[in-house]
Design a protein around this ligand. Structure first.
Ligand SMILES: [Zn+2]
Length: 133
């Protein structure tokens, strides 16, 4: 079910809201940054995301093709979301599902997880080993 969720970093400097349907799926990836940050994401259209507070608390990190801007709080280091633009989905926000303050434990536990082999640029394929992600 589509819902409006509110999320934040750890220190509370960054607040956002996002329209998303957790039951429609979330994803985890084995690429270099998702593996190290244990990023658990829901990818939504950029228009369904609103940064409510903390624009100047966010620090941006980009690497490789710079097609995705990873944003993290300069005080607490938590990455609440990333932004990017790729075909065919257009401008998107990858919301850190773990930062959603009003998602219940039951909703989080029930959210389907798709695994992506980002390390090998096979985003549609599941990695052979994924239980550690
Ligand atoms: Zn913070």
């Amino acid at each position: 079910m589509m819902k409006t969720y509110h999320g934040s970093c750890h220190c509370g400097g960054v607040h956002f809201k996002a329209e998303l349907d957790l039951s429609a799926g979330t994803s985890r990836c084995n690429c270099s940054i998702c593996r190290k940050g244990r990023f658990w994401k829901a990818v939504i259209p950029a228009d369904d995301f609103e940064l409510l507070e903390g624009a100047d608390e966010l620090t941006e990190y980009a690497f490789a093709s710079h097609s995705i801007r990873h944003l993290f709080c300069r005080t607490c280091g938590i990455k609440p979301f990333g932004r990017g633009e790729v075909e065919p989905i257009g401008r998107f926000v990858a919301v850190n599902v773990a930062c959603l303050d009003d998602a219940s434990d039951e909703e989080l536990a029930a959210a389907p997880v798709q695994y992506e082999d980002g390390r090998n640029n096979r985003w549609e394929a599941e990695p052979a080993v994924r239980s550690f992600l």
